[in-house]
Write a protein of this length. Structure first.
Length: 166
């Protein structure tokens, strides 16, 4: 069964699924900062003390994120639309059949080609120490796609070792 499209508002989606306050960022992750004047919606996800967090963000055609970085690694995936992900190392075209692995601390920006429904997971470095340390394009299998979508729906905060559906 096809999923209904999400509204073009990351903040609305995050507030809908967050039944409880998110854990506060730690002092170490707050010190990392980025180029945004105000904390963006991902701020409490990418600096969370939880091992894995995920969020949805939908963008209009032509949107370009400001250069930024995350303290946790990021798996960037668009369930709809195409992204051009750029770093100092290069640029990658990322269609819905692919995802971009972005190691923590890597400055990057993303240009949306058409309307993009991005679903992204943030992975704390110690939660998966053997994952790549360089930017990598990955194939997104149907199983991985569904795991990403399910992770986005998990209400935060969750207790370590448990998962409950909202």
């Amino acid at each position: 069964m096809a999923r209904a499209p999400r509204p073009l508002s990351a903040a609305a989606h995050a507030s809908r699924r967050s039944r409880q306050p998110l854990p506060e960022p730690t002092p170490a992750t707050l010190a990392l900062g980025d180029t945004y004047a105000d904390p963006p919606p991902y701020f409490r996800f990418d600096r969370s003390p939880l091992p894995v967090t995920a969020m949805a963000a939908d963008y209009l055609p032509g949107h370009v994120t400001q250069p930024h970085q995350h303290p946790h690694a990021q798996l960037i995936h668009a369930v709809h639309g195409v992204m051009v992900v750029a770093t100092a190392e290069g640029q990658w075209i990322v269609p819905p059949t692919r995802g971009m692995w972005m190691p923590g601390g890597t400055t990057h920006w993303i240009r949306m080609v058409g309307r993009v429904q991005m679903r992204t997971a943030y992975i704390r470095p110690d939660a998966a120490p053997d994952l790549p340390q360089r930017c990598t394009v990955l194939g997104i299998s149907p199983l991985l796609r569904e795991l990403i979508l399910a992770a986005v729906e998990i209400a935060l905060p969750y207790a370590p070792g448990t998962v409950t559906r909202a």
